[in-house]
Design a protein around this ligand. Structure first.
Ligand SMILES: Nc1ncnc2c1ncn2[C@@H]1O[C@H](COP(=O)(O)OP(=O)(O)OP(=O)(O)O)[C@@H](O)[C@H]1O
Ligand SMILES: [Zn+2]
Length: 696
């Protein structure tokens, strides 16, 4: 039973959304209904998520409300038929345009001047062509919205009233074309996102007893065993329990060089098994798979508007009343109704409205296909504006998979003893340094004792009781707090190792220093190249942040060509460092692995997480998630941002200049209403062609 106050969410597929104005209209109208709690419209995904109280309003009423605005909400069944449906609608549109065109040609070839067959043809054209315009205008007016539709209808009606039948027919014709282009362009820019969705597998072959049954992918449950043969798409996310394969993960990472997968490895939905037979135990299905979440992120990303779009929306809001005023003024000054009609006809708020979403949707889809998930239009714009690169050390410029390189025992402790105590202390730690020590212990065949009274000091080390001794493992700072003084010889040894880029961990028991363990992490080769290309993009002074000591940090930084290092930072200091940079006016692009630098990633102007595939936390914390663990995607993401933003600016300029020039020419009578209608279509086409460059 539903009761008052319950909130339910439905996700509707809505057809006919052409520009930001549509989204706003739906949001405004629906919110007026009692019981509707919230609504988000995703233009590119053609979706609306509606939160409502089922006690107060029925689902059907919400759908009807959207339909009554002239859109079409698809039921699941209709959605399945969507493609054919769309095709049908398109041919119908084309037929209508063709028909009106024919009538105009006929009327233009007429010889006689009297209201005769020619004008009658024109009038038929006006009725057929004008009908959808007038219908849309009526719907908008009923909602008290003065939109482009209203203008167009006004133009057609006004021209008809003063007996300019041919002009009216031509206006109707070009308005139809303009609407057609708008819907077509939005659809084209959605292509990259659509491609992603289309790649989702539909069926899975599940092993039941000794037989294999092919079932729809929605019916696969967690724990099922799915069989995937060579050349087949992997339908689910899971772990390989037997078999080996060569898997193309391009759908997720954008990288089409296949990855070798064996027992125990994770495979992702929508990737392709090129070689070998795989038996996969399902861990994630449906909306929980990495693939489904990537799609959802990209779809929802649009609701985060680029700031430049807010400016455009504002412009569009003032634009309409301004045009009406100019049109009236034109009439009052020139006393020519045709000039006033031309003004209304040439004015085109749609170009300004679609300029940004067109570019944003195209770029996000394109980037997603390459394994770069950008979580919103505003991050595309932010990527174009960042001026400072900050990166984390461990796991970001290094592999995050350190190994123990040296062990040195003092005061009669041998290597095995040192590593055994250290491993005991680190036994339950997730820190990469801890993993290195535990791995070394097992390589040396040393047992890992059980720690007690375990105390972690973040960014410093760990203290624990092992075999009745109080042991500390950690940085120099950790020991300094305990008043443990290092001899000159030990100090020299540590400095030497640190200058080689190794991290020295000190081990003490009962306030006596008894050993040093050196750990080294491998630098990612491609980070050197990527940092060099970032410098070419104008990021002259990249900054490295680390909790490690300054000597080790500097050794690593200098091999990357980085001069600016902030070392010995506690986790909260990293956040502070980003805050300080931003308050000094810098726009920071932070690169991290999303594991222990999530707050800094979230705080930065743009946070990019490396190797986010398989790490929910990293995808969550970042603004841009890289599905491939590759540095070269960072300059690529910056380039995508810059290119998109410059195309948006060009689009807006085209829209604004065309309108200004067009209105000037129309009000002075240089553009006739018919010519104005032709001119109206041009900026849309230009903006469309310009945005298509992003899909390349
Ligand atoms: N579990 C641990 N065992 C031993 N030493 C530790 C441990 N955790 C931290 N330390 C010491 O504290 C220092 C800083 O650790 P922190 O976790 O802040 O940075 P990190 O992950 O090593 O490097 P980065 O900041 O570049 O990611 C380490 O270099 C190490 O000396
Ligand atoms: Zn000792």
């Amino acid at each position: 039973m539903t009761k008052l106050g319950d909130v339910k969410t439905i996700s509707l597929t809505v057809k006919g959304l052409d520009c930001a104005a549509c989204a706003e209209k739906i949001e405004k109208v629906l919110m007026r209904h009692e019981g509707v709690k919230g609504i988000t419209v995703y233009l590119g995904a053609e979706k609306a998520d509606v939160q409502f109280d089922p006690f107060l309003i029925k689902e059907k009423l919400i759908i009807d409300a959207i339909n009554s605005l002239g859109y079409k909400v698809l039921t699941e069944k209709e959605e399945a038929l969507q493609k054919n449906f769309l095709k049908g609608e398109r041919t119908f549109d084309l037929l209508r345009i063709g028909f009106v065109f024919l009538l105009i040609v006929l009327s233009l070839t007429g010889i006689t001047k009297r209201l005769s067959p020619i004008d009658i043809f024109s009038i038929i054209a006006i009725v057929v062509g004008g009908y959808p315009l007038i219908k849309h205008a009526y719907i908008d007016l009923r909602e008290k919205a003065i939109t482009a539709n209203v203008f167009m209808a006004l133009g057609v009606v006004a021209a008809t009233v003063i007996g300019e039948f041919r002009s009216a027919a031509i206006i109707a014709f070009f308005m139809l074309i303009s609407e057609f282009i708008d819907s077509f362009t939005m659809e084209k820019s959605r292509k990259a996102i659509k491609d992603l969705i289309d790649m989702a597998p539909k069926t899975a072959r599940v092993k039941i007893g000794d037989t294999e049954v092919e079932i729809p992918v929605e019916e696969v449950k967690k724990g099922d065993i799915v069989v995937v043969k060579p050349g087949e798409k992997i339908p689910v996310e899971g772990v390989i329990i037997s078999g080996r394969g060569s898997v193309n993960q391009a759908t997720i990472t954008g990288e089409s060089i296949p990855v070798e997968k064996k027992e125990g490895d994770i495979v992702y939905a929508a990737t392709i098994n090129q070689l070998g037979v795989l038996f996969i135990k399902v861990t994630h299905t449906g909306q929980d798979t990495t693939y489904a979440r990537i799609i959802k992120l990209v779809e929802e990303a649009e609701s985060s508007k680029a700031p430049v779009q807010r400016v455009a929306d504002k412009f569009a809001a003032y634009f309409t009343p301004a045009i009406l005023a100019i049109s009236v003024l034109t009439f009052l000054i020139t006393w020519k109704i045709t000039n006033a009609i031309a003004v209304i006809v040439v004015a085109c708020p749609c170009t300004v409205a679609i300029a940004t979403p067109l570019a944003v949707v195209a770029s996000m889809g394109k980037a997603a296909k390459r394994g770069i998930i950008i979580k919103g239009g505003r991050y595309l714009e932010a990527l174009a504006k960042v001026d400072t690169i900050v990166m984390d050390k461990t796991g970001t410029v290094t592999m995050g998979d350190p190994v123990v390189t040296n062990i040195k025992g003092f005061a009669e402790h041998d290597d095995k003893e040192i590593i055994s105590y250290a491993a005991g202390v680190e036994r339950y730690s997730d820190h990469p340094l801890a993993k290195a020590i535990i791995k070394k212990a097992s390589e040396m065949g040393v047992a890992v004792p059980e720690p007690e009274q375990y105390k972690v000091i973040p960014g410093m080390g760990i203290q624990a009781v092992v075999n009745d001794k109080t042991i500390i493992v950690g940085s120099r700072e950790m020991l300094r707090d305990k008043n443990i003084i290092l001899s000159e010889g030990i100090e020299k040894y540590i400095i030497e190792k640190e200058e080689e880029g190794k991290t020295a961990l000190l081990l003490s028991h009962d306030s006596i220093l008894c050993g040093v363990i050196c750990v080294a992490d491998i630098i990612r080769e491609e980070s050197i190249e990527a940092i060099a290309s970032l410098k070419r993009l104008g990021f002259d002074d990249p900054i490295m942040l680390t909790g490690d000591n300054p000597r080790t940090a500097n050794a690593i930084a200098s091999s990357l060509g980085i001069k600016n290092v902030m070392a010995q930072l506690l986790p909260e200091d990293k956040l502070e460092a980003i805050k300080n940079l931003e308050s000094s006016g810098r726009k920071v692009l932070m690169v991290g692995d999303g594991i222990n630098d999530a707050p800094a990633l979230a705080r930065a102007y743009v946070g990019i997480a490396m190797g986010a595939v398989g790490s929910d936390a990293a995808i969550e914390a970042s603004d841009v998630a890289l599905m491939r663990d590759e540095w070269k995607q960072i300059p690529e993401a910056v380039m995508i941002g810059r290119k998109t933003f410059s195309i948006i600016k060009q689009n807006l300029a085209v829209g604004i200049i065309f309108n200004l020039v067009g209105i000037a020419l129309a009000s002075t009578g240089i553009l006739s209403p018919a010519m104005a209608a032709v001119a109206h279509v041009m900026p849309d086409v230009l903006v469309f062609l310009n945005s298509l460059r992003l899909l390349k």
